[in-house]
Design a protein. Structure first.
Length: 605
């Protein structure tokens, strides 16, 4: 029995086979450190204490093997020397919810005010100090920021414990740009403690971790319970890895890194890539991943999806997903030679003909294909809805229709190389035009010609000058004369009866209004269209007009909880406000809504 026990401990805790000696010289962050004898004795005591218990030492080694690949990637991206990864062992022993006596929390032991200053979210729902990716990025930026004062990574390290101001007060000469320094008995204790951790662990933290994880970048409103169900992982293990989501709910205000547990394999194969662009290089030899495709699956528009991993090509991805290659290409609007993008969502069945959302505002650099993948709508349908032909890509800011056909007059402007700015402002273009002839974009000056006064006509606010105009095919710019047939007086009853063949765009143009004014004033849904005989209001309802004309209106604040059937249009109609107001009050950049989302509504009383 004793022999068996000895063999067990030799196998279970092989990391410290012999005493780790502190060298006389070592490298740190591109610097050569000369360790004097008095400092060596102090550091050796710390190294001996760290390695005294094989069991506790091995626990930390395993945590480092699990988390270090994630930290290393982030440090590379931020430009922080890799050696700083050992600082997290000193700060928290890689325990996510570690709390110090001074109330510093998490992997990198941030106090709340410092964490929030570095961009971490801390509230009753989320504490990103417990998120390995978010907190490591914040730590990297904090150290880099402090190093701007010193140009010396050793003093940047010291500043992590006492702040940049503390270092400047305690050190007369920070030796900016130094590549060689001495470590003596007078060196700050925190620095020597760090060197002890680096020396104690750097020879043991490579290789395959027992607890492997997949890094999953989540951008949707969801829960850990739902992710566990979708990816078929143990919910308790998922919660243990993601304690930063305090109540198990993950919001969609930004991208959050979720760690997915991977069951240990009985073979020697290890995880070599993740669900995003994070490369987990647990050993020098890259081997076949053991993670099944289900671990990176999700659902978009009611359809099953798989997220590509780093290193995937089409054949590898389809093999992991267990689907037929020709069908996979067709389902995702791909050609055989198209590259697979790490982190991109791909569909495991045919995309739908309509998206669950009505509209999408095109972001800078976004393509139609990316939008079709985001919403699970067929690319051909997306083009048809928006009357797009060929390879035209819409300009940033264009509002695309995702579930209905846009009006014929309301076509899409092609993306141009250089955006045009008018008077230093950008405008929100609902409709822009395509033209087979190459259109020249010109800057327009405000029209200064006097507007003739017409008696007995209700006065309508002037329509803002469009941000860009497209030259006519004959090369001349449109003039005020060219548009005289557009302006029609608004009837005294401020109503218009829709005739056969009329569109919202045409009616808006007729009365010098915008489409969205008609939509808001009449509580319409763009995708429903209009029918002959419908009576349209051509001005804002009286309540909205009063709110605009009186400065002493009492304002009440309400919060509307979004339901499944809600759209921005229906909510605006319910509270007698405009869509634009709702978007401004809630700082929304597009029309997307999440069930359960709370919208701030201001109403006059």
């Amino acid at each position: 029995m004793r022999i068996f026990a000895a063999l067990f401990f030799a196998v279970a805790f092989p990391a410290v086979a012999q005493k780790v000696e502190v060298p006389h010289k070592m490298e740190f962050a591109g610097m050569t450190l000369i360790i004097r004898d008095d400092a060596r004795r102090e550091i050796q005591k710390d190294v001996d204490a760290l390695t005294a218990s094989p069991r506790h030492y091995q626990i930390k080694v395993e945590r480092a093997k699990t988390y270090f690949p994630i930290i290393e990637k982030i440090f590379r991206e931020e430009g922080l020397p890799d050696d700083f990864k050992y600082l997290v062992l000193q700060e928290s022993a890689l325990i996510p919810d570690a709390v110090s006596s001074s109330n510093a929390v998490g992997f990198w032991q941030f106090k709340d005010f410092t964490a929030m200053a570095m961009g971490l979210r801390i509230d009753r729902d989320i504490d990103e100090r417990l998120n390995i990716a978010a907190s490591s990025r914040a730590a990297a930026r904090y150290l880099i920021k402090n190093n701007q004062h010193f140009d010396n990574w050793l003093y940047a390290l010291q500043s992590y414990q006492m702040g940049a101001g503390g270092v400047m007060r305690s050190v007369e000469n920070t030796q900016a740009g130094a590549t060689r320094m001495e470590i003596t008995g007078k060196t700050y204790w925190y620095v020597k403690k760090f060197l002890a951790h680096k020396i104690a662990y750097e020879g043991s933290v490579k290789g395959t971790p027992q607890n492997q994880v997949v890094v999953y970048e989540n951008r949707r409103h969801t829960t850990l319970k739902k992710i566990a169900s979708e990816t078929m992982v143990d919910e308790e293990a998922l919660r243990e890895l993601n304690k930063w989501a305090r109540n198990g709910v993950i919001p969609d205000d930004k991208m959050y890194v979720v760690l997915l547990p991977v069951e240990a394999s009985t073979t020697s194969t290890v995880l070599a890539s993740t669900a995003s662009d994070t490369k987990v290089e647990s050993s020098p030899t890259r081997v076949t991943p053991t993670v099944s495709a289900s671990l990176v699956r999700g659902r978009v528009n009611g359809l099953n999806t798989v997220q590509a991993q780093a290193g995937d090509d089409i054949r590898r991805l389809t093999a992991r997903a267990g689907v037929d290659l020709p069908k996979f290409l067709k389902w995702n609007d791909l050609e055989k030679g198209d590259a697979i993008v790490p982190g991109q969502i791909y569909f495991l069945s045919k995309k739908r003909v309509k998206a669950s959302e009505a509209f999408h505002k095109v972001a800078e650099g976004e393509t139609l294909w990316q939008i079709s993948q985001k919403y699970g709508v067929q690319l051909a349908r997306l083009k048809r809805y928006n009357r797009i032909e060929g390879d035209l890509e819409p300009a940033p800011g264009t509002m695309l229709y995702l579930a209905s056909r846009r009006p014929k007059e309301d076509a899409v402007l092609a993306k141009v190389e250089n955006a045009v700015e008018v008077d230093g402002q950008q405008t929100f273009n609902w409709a822009v035009t395509t033209n087979e002839t190459q259109a020249e974009v010109i800057r327009t000056e405000p029209v200064s010609a006097p507007v003739p006064v017409i008696e007995n006509v209700v006065e309508v606010p002037a329509k803002p000058v469009d941000s860009v105009k497209i030259l006519q095919t004959n090369g001349t710019a449109p003039t005020l004369e060219d548009n005289r047939d557009v302006a029609v007086r608004i009837p005294e009853n401020r109503e218009h009866v829709v005739k056969a063949g009329e569109t919202l765009y045409g009616i808006a143009r007729m009365y010098n209004l915008t489409v969205m004014q008609l939509v808001d004033w009449n509580g319409l849904r763009l995708q429903d269209g209009i029918k002959p005989g419908l009576i349209l209001k051509l001005s804002a309802p009286p309540l909205a007009e009063e709110a605009e004309s009186h400065n002493t209106v009492t304002v009440g604040e309400y919060f509307h909880t979004v339901k499944t059937s809600d759209t921005l249009y229906s909510i605006a109609r319910q509270y007698n406000v405009t869509i634009q107001q709702i978007m401004e009050w809630n700082e929304k950049k597009d029309f997307s809504l999440a069930v359960g989302e709370k919208l701030r509504i201001l109403r006059s009383q």
